[in-house]
Design a protein around this ligand. Structure first.
Ligand code: KIV
Length: 265
């Protein structure tokens, strides 16, 4: 079994093979994703909106993320596990970013992800220089949704698409091993993917990149919530869980469960 590394992902890009990434927030899901053959598991700060019930990722802290990152790491053998740095865990100073990235690395993850392009170049360069693999994240970066005036597609205007190209190049220069591009028109993602040598993974960024990432609770249909256009539900697990629980409630009420097969004598 070949473990996924930054070098493996770059080889995949060179061969034109797509990588497949997914988020996870617990040991069980990480095990299932790993067994299914997911290349990279991102412990996203989307943990805040999917599991903790916040309306944005801004309230998520290092304290929230640390146990979750540890659990996902323990669930994955082959897949690369990347810890997402939460809001204000890396923006203050390079020293603060090193300290928090180090706390994740001590849990055995393979790298960290942080949001931002050119503005984060020096921080990322330092992290990479001291041996921490970094995944970049540009486009509609959720930690900056207030600056963008909401969760909207970025890169439709010429100025924005040029900014995104500058950001991607800055990230590559800083030494990232890959870049996530979120909610961007596909012709812009295509240009970025052709421009940089590191793999580019899209989420709502169209077809022409080196792989895709989705939020696991969205693609499994676990939460009945409104999802953006790019989300495809591959299952409706939330409905299945609700059906099973409703059946259990009915059976207990009607005295059907437990029957003699589920009883000690
Ligand atoms: O937090 C997250 O899940 C992410 C992905 C959407 C890329 O950053």
């Amino acid at each position: 079994m070949e473990r996924v590394t930054p070098q493996y992902l770059i080889k995949k890009k060179k061969k034109g093979e797509k990588a497949v990434l997914l988020t996870a927030y617990d040991y069980i899901t990480a095990r299932i994703e790993d067994e299914a053959g997911i290349d990279v598991i991102l412990v996203g700060d989307s943990y805040g909106t999917t599991v903790l019930g916040y309306s944005s990722t801004l309230p998520v802290t290092m304290q929230d993320m640390l146990p979750v990152v540890g659990a996902v790491r323990r669930g994955a053998e082959r897949a690369m596990v990347i810890a997402d740095m939460p809001y204000m865990s890396y923006q203050q100073s390079i020293e603060y970013a090193i300290r928090n990235a180090g706390r994740f690395m001590r849990l055995g993850v393979d790298g960290v992800k942080l949001e931002g392009g050119l503005a984060m170049k020096d921080t990322i360069k330092k992290l990479v220089d001291i041996g921490i693999p970094v995944m970049g994240h540009i486009g509609m970066t959720p930690q900056s949704y207030k600056k963008f005036g909401g969760y909207r597609v970025r890169g439709k205007k010429n100025t924005e698409s040029l900014e995104l190209l500058t950001d991607a190049t800055a990230l590559e220069d800083a030494g990232v091993f890959s870049i996530i591009v979120e909610c961007v028109p596909e012709d812009v993602t295509r240009k970025i993917t052709e421009e940089v040598k590191v793999p580019v993974y899209g989420i709502g960024a169209g077809r022409y990149c080196d792989g895709q990432i989705l939020v696991v609770t969205d693609m499994l249909g676990l939460l009945s919530r409104e999802t953006p256009k790019f989300v495809k539900e591959y299952a409706h697990i939330g409905n299945e869980v609700k059906k099973a629980i409703s059946r259990y409630i009915e059976e207990v009420k009607q005295g059907i469960y437990p029957d003699e097969n589920h009883t000690y004598f």
